[in-house]
Design a protein around this ligand. Sequence first.
Ligand code: 8QM
Length: 410
Amino acid sequence: MQGNRSPYALFDDRPPADVPVVDVDPFSADFLENPYPYHEALREAGAVVWLARYSIAATARYDQVRQALLDWQTFSSARGVGMADFEKHGRFRLPSLILEADPPQHSRSRVALSKALSQPIMRKLQAEFAQAAEQMIVQLAQKEEFDACSELSEAFPLRVFPDAIGMRPESRDQLLPYGDMVFNSFGPPNELFQQSAIRAKEAFPWVEAEALREHLSSDGFGMVLYQCADAGEITHDEAHKLVRAILTAGVDTTVNGIGAAMYCMARYPAQYAKLRANVNLARGAFEEAIRLESPVQTFFRTTTKGTELGGTSLEPSRKVLLFLGAANRDPRKWQNPDCYDIERTTYGHVGFGVGIHMCVGQLLARLEGEVVLKAIARHVRAIEIIEEPKRRLNNTLRGLKEFRVRFVRD
Ligand code: 8QM
């Protein structure tokens, strides 16, 4: 990396007039460990700021993040939702037909994926997921202490998700290094990304293979994509790529969502007590954990034309970094934004995004979160923190790597 130049800046992008220029690296270990003071500084610096290190515009305020997410015509996803601009810097993997696409391609993909992840299909999974959660929580409550990451927030999605989609039983543990690598790839090609790419080397071709029709069971929701292809709604190649998209997007996100909820429950015993008193608050508790911790912290868009955001003019073909996690704690939008309050109205949070790209798997994510929180609330009187957690740093994801806790039984 040369001085302040972006590793991806093939030519010098200059800041628009009057935009506050800031000198922080949102993908440094320091920032990722504790982003909140930086988020505040970014929000206070202006509605839109210029990241000198990367020559990229960014916004950490709720209104502007939301505006950009809602205006897909101006803020496109088709040139990638990471720092790399597909048209200038090439592609790191085959582009996703949903995440890294605009209408009309995006719409076709979205319709098919919505069928696989629909309310009726999720409802059919409800009982199975709830039973798996019960079983896992009862077992963990019998332990003196355990790692809430490897033994719960990672273990639960790995226990239910690959079965639900219809994967073969072998090598499912590859899903985690694979996801870690993809979510790192949305940032700059820094050390975090390089290291995760090494770890995921074998996972890459493995995921491509797992998404093939012949490797999916007929009753999982992965097969729904191939049924859409049989019906002529998408091509069979699109079906393959969309199953790959589910495998990419569905694991690390729910791992860190459940992890966020666990972390909140452990740190806020009064909120946990409320959940215990009324397990029907589980959905709200999960949603609030998504708002507060924002497992997906950032995404980029690319301007399709000259435009204006928060009073700053942006040139065409420029990347804009959207800080979802900072928007979810913007005091302009939220009261006591840094407090975990399971009875808060979380409506409008952008932890699942907003607009046409809003998380297509959100029903599945919420189902997983709900059954886990309900099972805990039914069986666990208190959650004791044995050791302060260790973070897993990732260019996009916020979450923990190790969190030793004790479930105190009733
Ligand atoms: C993030 O490959 C994909 O289609 C894909 C990858 C990651 C995500 C979404 C889609 C947002 C959860």
